[in-house]
Design a binder for this molecule. Sequence first.
Ligand code: AMP
Length: 187
Amino acid sequence: MDGARIVLLGAPGSGKGTQAERLVEHLGVPAISTGDMLRAAVRDGSELGRKVESIMASGALVDDQTMAAVVRERLSKEDARAGFQLDGYPRTIGQVDTLDGILAEQGVELTGVVRILVPEDELVRRALARGRADDNEEVIRHRLAVYRDKTEPLSRHYEARGLLREVDGHQAIDEVTESILEALRAA
Ligand code: AMP
C-alpha cells in the first residue's frame, strides 16, 4: 500500500497509538503522533512544551494555530513525503482545513480515514488501568467530552468525502490491526 496517507480517528484510549505503531511495518509509512510530539516538547522544556504543558494536563486541546505549525513542520520532513499515518491530528474542523491546505501545497491527498470505535465505558476502564499521573477520572471524562464535541464531527465530514472507514476497536489488538488493513484494502 505505497503512498498511504491516513488519518486515524478515535477517542482517547481507543488504541490509535498502538495500532499506528503496528501499521508502520504493514504500510511502510511513519506514524505521526501529535500527542507524542507535544509530550516530547514538554519533556525537553522547549518553548512549545512550556506553552502546552498545563493545557495537556487539563485534557483540553492545544489551539489550532500552534498545532498547525507543529504538523506543517513534521509533514515537510523527508520521511513523510511518501506517506504517513496521522494519530491525533486533525482533532477540530479547523485542523481539517489546515491539513487539507498543507497537503494541497504538497500536491497530495488523504487516501483514507480510519475511525476506531470503542464503547465509552471501555475507554474509561482502559484509561484508569493505564494509570498515568494525569489520568484521574475527571481528566479522562473531560478528554472524552472534548473528543465528542470537537473531534466526533470530523467523521461525518470525512464520510461525506468518501474517505471514512470504520473499525471495531473492541477486539484483540491483532484483530483490530487486521480489520484496519482490510478496511484500507477495501478502500
Ligand atoms: P494524545 O496523546 O493524542 O491523546 O494527545 C495528548 C494531548 O495533547 C491532548 O489531550 C491535547 O491536549 C494535546 N494534543 C494532541 N494532539 C492535538 C491536536 N491535534 N490538537 C490539539 N491538541 C492536541
